[in-house]
Design a protein around this ligand. Structure first.
Ligand SMILES: Cc1cc2nc3c(=O)[nH]c(=O)nc-3n(C[C@H](O)[C@H](O)[C@H](O)COP(=O)(O)OP(=O)(O)OC[C@H]3O[C@@H](n4cnc5c(N)ncnc54)[C@H](O)[C@@H]3O)c2cc1C
Length: 379
């Protein structure tokens, strides 16, 4: 067992940390206040190869391992959680299924531009009536000649405000339940495709989560991703990898909150001394450091298992369950360390607390992660 990062992984960490501090962090507060999608950051992420990190270089990706990817998502999320999820969605939820299930021509046409960051990706699974129960889709695709005509809608689709290439999931056989779901590659320009309301959210306020509408949208039959009826499997497999990305996002948010707390506790004086001298504050800091380290280990372990080609659903679920729980707890305690100032928007920890909550909800709620973990115990 080796707990050291490799030379390449350390290089990724330092490069992305420098980039995030210089280009991402300065925008975080404004993005949060205005709920604005960070469009100007997309080409910068692309230039550094952060939008298709694990994708094969022959399609314009970086070809790095998943551990490096977790490090990069953590560093970007530490600076701005909105930008962290933008990156995680593009890498894990769009590049990954296109590479794994796409035909050669789909990879050339769609994966390349998404991995190179020329076209931003989004992943459309959730519907108004199909959240945790993602198998209960209502959107339908009917085959007509060499096209599918798709009708339906999606909600809460991250990146939708700016994305141009979407992987969506709809029923091709409404009588077959989850086995009737198929995946399609859809372009924003397709007639009948539209993006609805961009949600006004508690945290990750610039992530552009929006509704999608499909009204008699004609999709070439060639845009079927994988086989008909295999969409649910594709979605669930994709989310396993996505959960590693979200767990990394959670670690980044928690790390930022801890660093803010350490700094503030040494500056703020009460009773004639820095509050860091009080044991109550020290214990909060110690718990933060310990829980973040444990979460990071689970995240990197899940990534390591993924890289070794072994099944990683349970490891990914454990990483996301723990890291998201820790992110919420650490950010809450970070506000406690800051006292009343932590409740004021001028202080970063106020945003971090709101940002942390989403990590317990999307890409499977914490209840879903527990179902995956318990399922592996009770087989
Ligand atoms: C900001 C944001 C971005 C998102 N981005 C995307 C995206 O890019 N693509 C996408 O497809 N979706 C996206 N989602 C959707 C997200 O994945 C869902 O919101 C999530 O899966 C939960 O679904 P739901 O909101 O319908 O909640 P529900 O499924 O209605 O769940 C409500 C509560 O019931 C619990 N629950 C449900 N079923 C069970 C059960 N069987 N046992 C125990 N508890 C249960 C849940 O855990 C939860 O606590 C996003 C959501 C948000 C808020």
């Amino acid at each position: 067992m080796d707990f050291q990062l490799t030379k390449e992984q350390r290089l990724v960490q330092q490069t992305v940390r420098d980039f995030a501090e210089k280009e991402v962090a300065p925008l975080a507060q404004e993005i949060d206040q205005e709920g604005r999608f960070p469009r100007e950051t997309v080409p910068k992420l692309a230039k550094l190869g952060l939008l298709g990190m694990m994708t094969d270089p022959k399609y314009g990706g970086g070809g790095v391992d998943s551990v490096s990817y977790t490090i990069a998502v953590e560093e970007v999320s530490k600076a701005c959680a909105t930008t962290g999820v933008l990156m995680s969605v593009n890498n894990s939820l769009v590049c990954h299924p296109l590479e794994k299930f796409g035909t050669e021509s789909q990879k050339e046409q769609y994966l390349g531009p998404v991995a190179r960051g020329e076209r931003l990706g989004a992943f459309g699974l959730t519907e108004p009536g199909a959240g945790t129960d993602a198998g209960s889709q209502r959107s339908v695709a009917v085959k007509e000649g060499d096209e599918y005509i798709i009708n339906g809608s999606k909600v809460f689709i991250s990146n939708a405000e700016a994305a141009e290439t979407f992987v969506i999931f709809v029923l091709t056989d409404p009588t077959a339940g989850a086995r009737g779901i198929s995946a399609f590659i859809v372009e924003r320009e397709f007639p009948g495709f539209s993006v609805g309301k961009v949600e006004d959210k508690m945290g990750i306020r610039g992530n552009g989560a929006a509704e999608l509408f499909f009204e008699d949208m004609a999709v070439p039959a060639d845009n079927l991703l994988g086989q008909e009826g295999k969409g649910f499997k594709i979605a669930m497999g994709t989310l396993d990898g996505g959960r590693i990305g979200i767990a990394s996002q959670a670690v980044g948010i928690a790390q930022a909150a801890m660093e803010e707390s350490v700094k503030y506790s040494q500056e703020r004086e009460q009773f004639g001394k820095a509050i860091s001298k009080f044991q109550a504050i020290q214990w909060m800091l110690a718990d933060m450091a310990t829980e973040i380290a444990a979460s990071r280990h689970l995240v990197r372990k899940a990534a390591y298992i993924k890289d070794s080609g072994k099944p990683y659903s349970v490891a990914a679920a454990m990483a996301k369950l723990m890291a998201s729980d820790v992110a919420v707890r650490v950010t809450r305690d970070a506000i406690q360390v800051h006292g009343g100032y932590g409740y004021i928007k001028d202080y970063t920890v106020e945003r971090l607390y709101r940002d942390a909550k989403i990590t317990e909800l999307y890409e499977g709620t914490s209840e879903v992660q527990r179902m995956v973990i318990a399922g592996s115990l009770l087989r």
